[in-house]
Design a protein around this ligand. Structure first.
Ligand code: TRP
Length: 442
């Protein structure tokens, strides 16, 4: 079975070394594993929640996309896209919003932290809090559920968002699933092996602490000058250092092999000066990211190349999101009137209509095919030993269409009645099948 892995990065800043080592590098690596189907995206709708500077959002999106590509992401293999290129995301977000309890959102850590800060400074509890921030977890749930991701690699601060995603998904499944689930319940993937880099002051490297080491920005020079500012203790060259307790060693380890790291550690313990240690650290980081920086600069100088990759990614993503969205619309009662109108028109115009044709297969079992008005096969059913079961399946297809019997499994739509699968077909054919079945109903 393939595991769908999905993660997004909010496009509100310039990626730093911590973003690279903690999120981008491990995700690129995960995407090369066998059996992994990876979805990585730029969360630019999320960026609007905390950033009202259009240029910054656009620039950050470009920088983050270029970082993924320069870091070696195989954009043909994974599905790599920009959230705002998928109209299905805000649409799904709304459907989920309508099944999400307000009380659940009241409990979100990020929202509660903002309220606490307001209360602490004696302001109105909701001062400065927009609805985007309040319902942030629902938009994130839409990102994840849209592609039925199994695993979502995130930082610890996002664990609650995944719990909420599962809550919201279960609620939707319960309300509309009629026994067949629309959504997989995803899990947060917290990788203990992945480095959380310390910043210049030893706290977690983060834009909000202003303690970051730049990744590409400013070139090797800026990297070096940041490394030189890393806080160390005051031990002189020649004095043994506490390698284990130093941020420098933690940073070095995130870029070096185990044997390089133990060598570095030994040198510190034998009295290497902090200045020399910083030079070694610079060299080691540079060895990995230097070549990427050239690719990054090249991409940033040709934004149209990035755009082209993102467009191709969005198309690939929409091939999955659009048919799934059609199923969901149908499930909640928003069956596309356009589809119904087209179907009715097709019936009138040609006089020909879609048909369900039953027959006996080579093994003498009963099967049927759904043929479109033009005679093209839309799907072939499973084999039934009992003709009555085949007949019942045909009847319910004729009378209720896909409502309540269709569910999605990876790239397939599965039709099941009372738990028994009657047919499966490529999810891309969803709309054509739904439309054909509509013409069978009178
Ligand atoms: N909330 C994430 C962050 O700030 C970004 C994000 C948006 C995300 N949608 C997502 C992460 C879906 C994982 C899956 O880091």
């Amino acid at each position: 079975m393939t595991i769908r892995v999905l993660t997004g990065i909010t496009t509100s800043g310039t990626p730093h070394l911590g973003n690279y080592a903690g999120a981008i590098r491990p995700s690129i690596q995960a995407s090369t594993q066998p059996g992994v189907d990876a979805f990585y995206f730029m969360a630019d709708y999320h960026a609007l929640i905390k950033c009202d500077d259009p240029q910054r959002v656009a620039r950050s999106r470009l920088e983050i996309a270029a970082t993924w590509i320069a870091g070696g992401l195989d954009t043909d293999k994974v599905t790599f896209y920009r959230q705002s290129d998928l109209p299905a995301i805000p649409e799904l977000c709304w459907m989920l919003t309508c099944v999400t309890a307000k009380g659940l959102m009241n409990r979100a850590h990020a929202y509660k932290a903002s309220v606490d800060q307001n209360v602490a400074r004696q302001a109105e509890p909701d001062d400065g809090i927009n609805m985007g921030l309040f319902s942030y977890p629902i938009l994130m749930a839409a990102d994840i559920l849209m592609f039925n991701a199994h695993k979502v690699p995130v930082g610890r601060d996002q664990i609650q968002h995944l719990e909420m995603t599962r809550d919201i998904a279960s609620r939707f499944n319960h309300l509309y699933g009629k026994g067949s689930d629309f959504f997989v319940l995803p899990e947060a993937q917290i990788d203990e092996e992945v480095a959380t880099l310390p910043g210049l002051d030893g706290r977690k490297m983060s834009k909000s602490y202003d303690n970051t080491i730049p990744l590409f920005e400013g070139g090797a020079k800026a990297l070096r000058s940041a490394v030189m500012r890393i806080v160390t203790d005051s031990r002189e060259p020649g004095e043994p250092k506490d390698a284990e307790g130093s941020h420098l060693y933690a940073l070095y380890r995130a870029f070096a092999t185990p044997s390089e790291s133990s060598q570095f550690r030994k040198q510190l313990e034998e009295g290497m000066g902090w200045g020399d240690a910083k030079s070694l650290l610079c060299e080691r980081i540079e060895q990995e990211i230097g070549p990427m920086r050239d690719r990054y600069a090249d991409l940033m100088a040709h934004p149209e190349r990035i755009e082209e990759i993102l467009q191709a990614g969005a198309e690939k993503a929409r091939r999955l999101s659009e048919p799934f969205m059609a199923t969901l619309r149908e499930a909640v009662g928003l069956r596309g009137s356009a589809g119904a109108a087209r179907a009715a028109e097709g019936k009138k115009a040609s006089g020909k209509r879609a048909r369900l044709v039953s027959f006996r297969d080579d093994g003498n079992l009963f099967r049927f095919r759904l043929l479109a008005a033009d005679g093209q096969e839309l799907f072939l059913s499973e084999a039934f030993s009992d003709p009555k079961a085949a007949g019942a399946a045909i009847k319910s297809l004729q009378s209720v269409g896909l409502d309540g019997i269709a569910s999605r499994q990876d790239d397939d739509m599965v039709l099941a009645i009372d738990g028994a699968v009657i047919a499966r077909f490529d999810a891309a054919k969803h709309d054509a099948v739904a439309e054909a079945l509509l013409t069978l109903q009178d």
